[in-house]
Design a protein around this ligand. Sequence first.
Ligand code: SAH
Ligand code: SF4
Ligand code: F3S
Length: 492
Amino acid sequence: MEQENNLEEIHPEEIERNQEPPAKEPARQYYFMEKCRRAVKKEEQRLGRRMTFHTETFGCQMNARDSEKLAGILEAAGLEASDSEQADFVIYNTCTVRENANNRVYGRLGYLHSLKKKNPAMRIALCGCMMQEPGVVEKLKKSYRFVNLIFGTHNLYRFAELLARSLETDGMVVEVWEGTDQIVEDLPAQRKYPFKSGVNIMFGCNNFCSYCIVPYVRGREKSREPQDILQEIKRLAMDGVVEVMLLGQNVNSYGKTLAHPMTFAQLLQEVEKIDGIRRIRFMTSHPKDLSDELIDVMCASKKICRHLHLPLQSGSSRILKAMNRHYSQTQYLELVEKIRGSMPDLALTTDLIVGFPGETEEDFQETLRVVKTVGFDSAYTFIYSRRTGTPAASMEGQVEASVVKDRFDRLLKTVQELSAAKAGRLTGSIQTVLVESVNDQDPALVTGKLDNHATVHLPGAKELVGRLVQVRLEECRGFYYYGTIADDALQT
Ligand code: SAH
Ligand code: SF4
Ligand code: F3S
């Protein structure tokens, strides 16, 4: 783990002098980090050992980045990271995009309770999207009294303060906000990988796709100021990061609400200029907002990866309309054609939902048709999940589970066959691989990613991790390549 942002803003002596915490952020949170640090030291003396923490992410890449921020605060508070849930402070960063993500959390909480019974010093915290859903906090307060701390998505930046409060009491500390228009910069984060990092460029979502709960739990779309984003990336680059993933629910609408509006394509051009950054990725692109300017910038770029995640959701124009996606089947196909016309080697991936209310076999056939026409490199397939409070939840024609399951199986089979057919197309060529880890199963191998996000295994040792190397792709095995280093001249 790599600590981002130094902690020079903490002035321990100030805490003595100033009884009152500073009102301004992020100074206020640095004050509370110091306060936590003292409480942790005391607790460690009582326990006669180090205090450990464990973070668990249940959701998307943004959720994962939030967990790195939580870990940054916990390290700043003096706790030691642990891979195991048998830790003194366990925090679940929850997701509620589909019901099963939600159920997993309740399931795992029972297990955490059993751990807490064995370790009375243990504290359990819950945060993230699920906490923003009506009724969840009430349920936790009623039936999960052993949880120590609960907060939501809008006040994550106040984690140090909430942690300090929680460390002072055995009771349950709860703070969930309806929303915020504040973005607090310059708090610590603890990166999972030293060589790559997610970077939030915006928060929230304004699209209100009719099935989706994200706009309700993440609030309105807010873009970060470009200079804050660029500064963060420059700092990451100085710290050894070579790949950044720009994160937002709909990156294509970046910058529209800024005082000095800027397009996503313009932001990308600025990121491109940062020395040390070798690869730029982004996620997610909404098809309705993907501009010609973005395609031009991608084409001209040496750093933007040849990969686009472009969620289709459904191939039926009728269903797309009911989903409030603002594009038709034809518009999606035309967009793909335009992109491929400019970048034939680009990998395209997507998200698909089966069983949206009112979906008929004909609608489903349209989805299959688009999937076959486009030939995605890979696709995430989801069974529609009814989310309370979204417009789709009260739509007529909820599809019967057995019908959905049958469609889902057929879609998955088609998706897998098509991506298998695509998978080997780079065999025989030499490509750049960012080596990410030593292989789990075989320590003589390392595993990395191509620019198009395909996985490559190659002989090598841990010294290669974090480096960009030229690899000859010898063969394709299922969904990954096996390769060897093309020459001794490593790129980085
Ligand atoms: N902002 C991104 C998606 C975020 S959620 C975008 O618009 O592309 C990730 C994926 O979860 C979505 O693309 C969608 O396919 C799926 N999803 C969202 N809500 C869902 C629901 N109620 N049921 C099933 N899948 C859902
Ligand atoms: Fe949900 Fe649509 Fe926003 Fe994506 S764009 S987060 S699917 S509402
Ligand atoms: Fe889940 Fe929240 Fe992401 S609901 S998908 S963690 S924005």
